[in-house]
Write a protein that binds this ligand. Structure first.
Ligand SMILES: [Zn+2]
Length: 393
């Protein structure tokens, strides 16, 4: 069977994709769960990067129980892994290879050199956080050294080749009459930018594929809060409920969404650059094969476990996600923010008039509420077309 993008959608390579403010995958997922809550989260601005380094006690970098902020730990681990692979970073290729080979050198680097590297890179908040961690050896070990050593061992033992780290991408999904099957040309486009954490060549020991299969690796520090918190019983100590997770928890559907979008992005970043060069950027619509061999993997930094996203029907998964992106984009652009009916939050919200304007959907118009409902339907369809599989350690 041979399929091509012409039957699903078309991708346009662009230089300046954004007219709208960027929206993260987690805010997309949160918008799909409840527009009202997503709006609330958007209002809470994240604090800015501090201008200069200080080693004054940084209690705010640690949570209530003296545990390090998991988000900062995650960012620090990401940054540390990137340092071991990036080509234009502060470490030479020889240094990187040495750190990836020798466990003592890696620990030494974290304890003695990482702080300087972070400060020189202008990552002051992370530097301050690390400075604080360095005074608490046990926490430093469990939060940073142990996961990094696990990462190093895994990479060495699987013989995988890291092709790229922290690789940025941008592309534009164009809605044409070929974008959706059985739909007319709707016009419109959605710009997507992001960053691949890592592209690897995974050796699978398969004689038919001796050179390995490329894989997109996305690093996560756990899989975030489960939905149970929102619908479960109220507790006086909500922070304690976050630890209540089943041992065999799989990544969520927002992670699946992210990886499927990365799948699309990978095609533009890696497969068609030559074609674009030949046409000197003149290509408006580029068709690509669906049968690209590409593994999609989530790596949990907490325990080194890996999870592969396996589309049960890639074509339907891509189509559902494309539908979802377009309807989400239209719903969000319209400012639709009605709290979801089944969401707990509505109990504490004031009754207010929520706008439900007509949205230009290509050449027709839909109400914003319908648009949002279609986005959710598409996301439900998407969920039916993918599954997670935990890879053996
Ligand atoms: Zn809500």
């Amino acid at each position: 069977m041979s399929l091509n993008y012409g039957n699903v959608f078309k991708i346009q390579h662009v230089r300046n994709p954004f007219a709208l403010n960027p929206v993260s995958f987690s805010s997309l997922a949160s918008y799909l769960e409840c527009p009202g809550c997503a709006l609330e989260q958007r209002r809470k601005r994240r604090p800015k990067e501090p201008a200069r380094f200080t080693n004054a006690r940084q209690s705010t970098l640690f949570g209530g129980k003296g545990e390090p902020d998991p988000r900062l730990v995650g960012t620090l681990l990401h940054t540390c892994i990137n340092l071991l692979h990036e080509t234009n970073g502060p470490l030479s290729k020889q240094q990187q290879e040495a750190l990836l080979t020798d466990q003592h050198m890696l620990t030494g680097f974290i304890c003695y050199d990482l702080l300087t590297a972070l400060r020189e890179a202008g990552k002051m908040k992370l530097a301050m956080f690390l400075d604080e961690l360095l005074t608490r050896r046990e926490v430093l070990y469990s939060a940073l050294i142990a996961p990094m050593q696990r990462y190093r061992r895994e990479l060495a033992s699987t013989d995988a080749i890291v092709l790229a780290a922290a690789e940025r991408f941008q592309f534009k999904l164009v809605s044409t009459r070929n974008t959706f099957i059985d739909h007319g040309d709707r016009g419109g486009a959605v710009g997507l930018v992001g960053e691949f954490d890592q592209i690897r060549l995974r050796k699978k020991g398969d004689v038919r594929r001796p050179t390995g299969v490329p894989a997109i690796m996305e690093f996560k520090k756990g899989f975030g809060r489960t939905k149970k918190r929102a619908s479960g019983p109220l507790t006086l100590f909500p922070e304690e409920m976050e630890d209540e997770k089943p041992a065999d928890e799989l990544p969520g559907m927002s992670h699946a969404m992210q990886l499927i979008i990365y799948w699309m992005a990978f095609q533009t970043r890696w497969d068609i650059l030559d074609q674009i060069a030949v046409a000197r950027g003149g290509i408006e619509e580029i068709r690509m094969p669906l049968q690209q061999e590409l593994d999609l993997i989530i790596y949990n930094l907490n325990d080194g476990c890996q999870y592969q996203l396996l589309p049960t029907n890639l074509r339907e998964a891509l189509q559902a996600m494309t539908n979802c992106i377009f309807y989400l984009d239209w719903a969000m652009k319209s400012g639709y923010a009605q709290p979801a009916a089944e969401h707990e939050c509505k109990k504490t919200q004031l009754i207010a008039e929520v706008p439900n304007p007509l949205v230009e959907v290509g050449y027709t118009a839909l109400s914003a509420a319908e648009c949002y409902a279609l986005a959710r339907d598409a996301f439900e369809c998407f969920k039916q077309t993918v599954r997670w599989e935990k890879l053996p350690l």
